[in-house]
Structure formats: C-alpha cells, structure tokens
Ligand binder design. Structure first.
Ligand SMILES: N[C@@H](CCC(=O)N[C@@H](CS)C(=O)NCC(=O)O)C(=O)O
Length: 208
C-alpha cells in the first residue's frame, strides 16, 4: 500500500500510526497539498490527503474510510475501532470531536497561510478557536484519570485524539496545559514506537 500525504497532517498521521499498529507495511509519498497538488489529484480528484493506494491500484480517500478499510483488513480481533454497540458509538463520537478540533485548527492555519492579511476575518478565527477548545475540553474530561479514552485498551479514539492533540499543540498557538488529562494520554501514545516512527512537528505556530 502507498500512503500519500505529509505527517504534519493529523489525518495522514493517524492513518500512518494505524498502519504501524496493525503491522501493515506501506510506502510513503511525502507529497505536499500545495506543491504536489496535481500529483495528488491523479489519485484523489479533491487533491486532498490522506490518500491510500491499495496494491491493486484502488485509491481510498478520507481518513475515516481508510481506517475503516484497515480495520477490515486486520480483522475484528485486532481492529482498533470497537466493532459494535455503545463502545463503538462512544469511540466514533470521541473521534468526531478530535477530527472536528483538527478541522478547526487547520482552518486557523489556512486563514494565515492562504489569505492576505487584509482579507482575514478575526471573528471567524475566534469562532474556530472556540469550537476547537470546546471539543478539546470534552476530550480532556473524558480522559479524566483513565489509562485510555474508553475501555481497557487503546482504541482508534486514542490514536486519533493523540495525533490531533500533538498537531494542535505544535501548529496552533494554544495553551496545551489546559488539557492535562488529554496530554497524559497523548504522551502515552507518543511514547509507542508506532507513533515515534511517524514523527510530526515541523509546523510554525500561527500566532492566533
Ligand atoms: N476529512 C478529511 C480531512 C483531510 C484534510 O483536511 N486534509 C488536509 C491536509 S491536513 C488537506 O488535504 N488539505 C488540502 C485541501 O483541503 O485542499 C480526512 O479526514 O481525510
């Protein structure tokens, strides 16, 4: 399999970490959504990452759909998302909060990266920040004193939340100490080889 996209994206990184955790080998194409837009569009008409190309050439898009496929390949005993019932619904909700926070972080970055100063709209950025912090606060409360966000083992909720929290802590100017419980679970995840082999961390803070 070939994974397209840079690891500074939390969406790409959660796919890469999942591939490592499930011991599924992959090649990485470190393509940028800016510089390599046309190359990416050959596999994904949207020009977005992550995109995962299967050995038969089929290109999968959207990180949630890619993770769903990887869990299917790994089988129910190893799948990172609980297979059914309340544990699955809880994990999906936590993941939606985490990816939603990441979306709002990415929008803050794009506001400065893609817009000239005179076209930036402070109330819009403020709204994104509020949404991001609201989601992080819920994840932090859920983390509480637990070892993992839910249940007795690491699930995709932990993988996603950790990738997102690391990304936001590095890419968006925010006080990460506001979320100590989420920070603790993130640190536990980041210490694992599956995470350490897929290092992020080359964003400059946006200053927002
Ligand atoms: N919902 C998408 C979000 C992916 C996403 O936002 N990717 C960004 C990089 S962090 C991207 O491709 N940006 C370029 C663009 O949207 O034009 C997913 O989960 O795969």
């Amino acid at each position: 399999m070939i994974l397209i996209g840079m690891f500074d994206s939390p969406f790409v990184r959660r796919v890469a970490v999942t591939l490592n955790l499930l011991e599924l080998p992959f090649e990485h194409r470190n393509w940028s959504v800016g510089r390599d837009f046309e190359r990416i569009r050959q596999f994904n008409p949207l020009g977005r990452v992550p995109t995962l190309v299967r050995p038969d050439g089929e290109a999968l898009i959207e990180s949630a759909a890619i993770l769903d496929h990887l869990d299917e390949v790994a089988g129910p005993a190893r799948a990172l998302l609980p297979v059914s019932g309340p544990p699955r619904r809880t994990a999906l909700r936590l993941m939606a909060l985490a990816t939603g926070a990441a979306d709002k972080g990415v929008l803050q970055i794009y506001e400065t990266a893609f817009r000239p100063e005179e076209k930036r709209h402070a109330p819009w950025v403020e709204r994104c920040r509020l949404q991001m912090h609201s989601a992080l606060a819920v994840l932090d409360a859920q983390a509480g004193n637990r070892d993992w966000l839910q249940g007795q083992r690491m699930t995709q909720a932990d993988v996603t939340a950790a990738c997102v929290f690391t990304f936001l802590s590095e890419a968006v100017s925010m006080d990460a100490t506001r979320y100590p419980a989420l920070g603790r679970i993130t640190a536990r995840c980041e210490a694992l080889p599956a995470f350490a082999r897929v290092k992020a961390g080359w964003f400059a803070p946006t200053g927002t």
